[in-house]
Each structure stands twice: as C-alpha cells, then as structure tokens.
Ligand binder design. Structure first.
Ligand code: FAD
Length: 418
C-alpha cells in the first residue's frame, strides 16, 4: 500500500534511507520509502565507526541495533610485515562514543528499516524508481513494481538514498570524476577457526601485503565465529595471476603471513565476490526538491570504514532541513547541508589519499607519537571527521604531510609543497 502523495519520498532502505525515514516521521511528516530489493539482502560495508552510534541514538534506532547481538568494536589493528599498530577508539580527542559494532549488513539494515517502520515510516519493497522530475514544491518520481506496473508519486521532497544505485545522479547527470584511482575489492564471508590469544576480535584488522604496499586486507570479525575478509588493490594487481575470484582471493590471503595464519582452517560461507570502480562523486548534493544521501552522493574508499558513517551523517543533517522547508522556511541547501557535510568527507579523503601515497602508513607504523597526536588521529578514524576543533580535521592534509615527514616519509606528495 504505497502513499503516492506523501510529504517525503525516500529512494532506498539502506542505512541512509532508514535514518532519514526515522528522523522525518519523528518530525511528524508522512514518509514513503521505496526499496528495489527485498530484505534481508546482502550489502558490503560491515565495520561501523563509533560516531555512528550518536546518529542511531538520535533517530531512535540504537535499541534495535543493540538487540542484534552484533560483535562489539573498539578500534583497529594495522599490520605490515613485522609491525603492528593499535588504535583504540576509546582513547580519542573528541568526546562521544568510543565503541560500536561490526555487523552483517543483511541483518543490520533490516533492523534499521523495521525500526523506522515501527516509528511510522511506510516502506515498500520490490519497487524500483525509474524516473524523476525535480521541482521546488512538488517533485515527482516514477516507480515500477514487480508486475511491471508503473506509478507516479509526488512528494514535498525527495531524498535519494539509493546507494550504489545512484538513481538521481544517473537520471539527472550529476556524476563527476571521483578523483580517487579506480580500485577493486575481492571479499568473502568465512567461518573462522581463530584460536590465537593475541587476536583481538573487538578490532578490525587491516593488513598490508608484504611485497606490495598498494594492496591491503581487511578482517572484520562478526559474532558467532564468522568474519568478513577482503583484499583491495588496483584492478591490475588483483587480476594478476589469472584464475577465478575464489583462487585469487585465497592466493592473496596466503601471501600475508598474519592473515594466512589467522585464517588457516577458515571456510567460506559466502562465495568470493568482487566490486570495482566503487568510488563515486557528484557535482552537487541537492537541487529543487531533492537531496542526495550516503553513497547515492559520494563514496570514497573502504579503507577507513567511513561509508555507513557518512551515510548516517548525511541523513541526520538533511532530515531537519527537509522538515523546516516543508514548514515553509527557506533553506540554504548549499551552506546548511552540502558544505558542512563535505567538510567531513574531505577529512576522510585526506586520510584516504595519505593512506595510498604512503604518508599515513608511515605515521601509523611509527610508534613514538605523543599521546595528544595519537588521540587526534584516533578521533578521525573513529569517525569524528566533522570536529573542526581537531587539528587533524581542520588541517588534515597539511598535518598529515608534516607528521609523515617527521616519521621519515620522504616521497614527494603531488600538489603539495613540502
Ligand atoms: P546502501 O546501503 O547501498 O542502500 C541503498 C539501497 O537502495 C539498496 O538497498 C538498494 O537496493 C536500493 N536501491 C538502489 N537503486 C534503487 C532504485 N532504483 N529504486 C529503489 N531502491 C533502490 N562502509 C562502512 O561503513 N564500513 C565498511 O567496513 C565498509 N566497507 C566497504 C568495503 C567495500 C569494498 C566497499 C565498496 C564499500 C564499503 N563500505 C563500508 C561502504 C558501504 O558499503 C556504503 O557506504 C553504505 O552501504 C552506504 O549506505 P547507503 O544507505 O548510502 O546505501
């Protein structure tokens, strides 16, 4: 039963869509979510950041997450050859949550959207949005259901939370060059047999290939002895050696001593899958009667697990603006939504670029930082990328370059004047 004349239509029922829906019904608005698939459905993006917890709590979604019995997470361990570096999110510059979860997204996303529906959002599954007409007062869209029937819906505002579907970016031609190099990920779920006492399940493990610094690995432990294991690198590097995805993934795991040891005896429970060219950007995150949330707008890179945090943040920022606009206020979407949202995305971008050009690894694997510096970096990695009181937020690019030099990193950074 779809409401075709609603206050707010939300495209997509992932984390960004669920968060927007929950916050908007709490403002007393009618919300119709349109989701192409049927839940539970798989999604990549399983390691959350503590900053997420604040948004989930604000939208009344945290209880549903806590009831999921997910694997707690309090930091990250980085490993490269014989070096290991530990970041504990509880020891950080910015106040707020220092712990979160590592989640199987099929279950997590279903919990979020069910909790949003329980608060009053209408949610329809199996409907695909196929066209959109922007309008400052009554934007409209067309969706197609599984019987092939096409219907038009009008709303006071449309939020695009369609993730990799990138519905409005495609329909309105908003896509632009993502600036980050095209990379690829190979990943699987496993039932692991990790018995090693030194392995900390409460942290994501990030590894670097012993002979090729451009390749990195993740091991995200879940509850009940399961884990997500992935490898990221250039398409060339990940396709080298030929063979199918399963074999390449296994060969790459075998090449990294810590991963290979930890995953001895592991059995894949989900076939190895691959994603490539996932970085995406748009020329604008808003227009007449619409805004783009989460991955439907911009996606950087998986290395710091920032995707879901940015998705939740974007919805948390947009929802009160939509509510105000529908009450008759004039909203400056650029200065109240896009600019502040992009500020945090740019912080993450600076960290992602510094990871791939070697500055950040030289910082992370250097173990003699003053505690204050460590806390500032821990804060960004915990997702507090919008706290401009943190010098590694307000001056991320410059601070990372200077600190990397102090740690002995010598390689010139393009565009930077050392
Ligand atoms: P999604 O979760 O993708 O939800 C979008 C929804 O919209 C989907 O359910 C889809 O079915 C629906 N939809 C699409 N098109 C239409 C349509 N036409 N009509 C109706 N519905 C539609 N992030 C992290 O936070 N932690 C991580 O550890 C992490 N690891 C990652 C690893 C890799 C290799 C990659 C590529 C990404 C990773 N991410 C991670 C990013 C994460 O996957 C995304 O940022 C996150 O899922 C975005 O959430 P969303 O709500 O914007 O979109």
């Amino acid at each position: 039963d779809i409401d075709v004349d609603t206050d707010v239509a939300v495209i997509g029922a992932g984390p960004a869509g669920a968060m927007a829906a929950a916050l908007l019904v709490r403002c007393g608005l009618k919300v119709q979510v349109l989701e192409r698939s049927h839940f539970p459905r798989f999604s990549i993006g399983e390691s959350l950041l503590p900053q997420c917890m604040h948004y989930l709590d604000d939208a009344g979604l945290l209880t549903a997450v806590e009831a999921g019995g997910f694997q707690p997470k309090n930091g990250a361990v980085f490993t490269r050859r014989d070096h290991e570096a530990v970041i504990d999110f509880r020891d950080k510059f910015t106040d707020g949550w220092g712990t979160t979860y590592q989640v199987e997204r099929a279950d997590f996303d279903q919990r979020l959207i069910e909790a949003a529906a329980a608060q009053g959002a209408r949610v329809a599954f199996g409907v695909t949005v196929t066209s959109f007409r922007p309008d400052p007062q009554r934007p409209s869209l067309t969706y197609i259901d599984e019987s092939g029937q096409e219907t038009t819906l009008t709303a006071g505002f449309v939020l695009d939370a369609s993730g990799y579907g990138r519905v409005l970016a495609r329909l309105l031609g908003l896509g632009r060059d993502p600036r980050l190099e095209t990379r690829m990920a190979l990943f699987a779920h496993v039932e692991e047999q990790i018995r090693e006492p030194t392995f900390d399940r409460d942290k994501i493990l990030i590894g670097v290939h012993p002979d090729d610094d451009s390749l990195w690995y993740w091991l995200i432990p879940f509850a009940h002895g399961r884990a997500s294991v992935g490898v990221v690198g250039s398409m060339q590097a990940l396709s080298a050696g030929g063979g199918d995805s399963e074999r390449r993934w296994q060969q790459l795991i075998d090449a990294e001593p810590r991963f290979s040891k930890l995953l001895r005896g592991a059995r894949t429970t989900r076939p190895v899958a691959s994603l490539q060219g996932y970085s995406a950007d748009v020329s604008r995150l808003h227009g007449p009667g619409y805004a783009l949330l989460g991955n439907a707008g911009e996606f950087l890179d998986p290395v710091f697990s920032s995707g879901v945090t940015i998705a939740l943040r974007s919805a948390h920022q947009a929802a009160p603006l939509v509510a105000r606009q529908l009450r008759g206020d004039t909203i400056d979407w650029h200065n109240e939504f896009e600019r502040p949202l992009r500020q945090g995305i740019e912080t993450f971008r600076a960290f992602v670029e510094a990871w791939y050009d070697g500055r950040l690894p030289s910082i992370i694997f250097h173990d003699a930082h003053p505690a204050t510096i460590k806390r500032m970096i821990s804060s960004v990695l915990a997702g507090y990328a919008w706290d401009t009181a943190n010098p590694f937020v307000s001056g991320a690019q410059r601070r990372l370059t200077t600190l990397a030099e102090l740690c002995g990193h010598t390689q010139a950074v393009p565009g930077e004047n050392p």
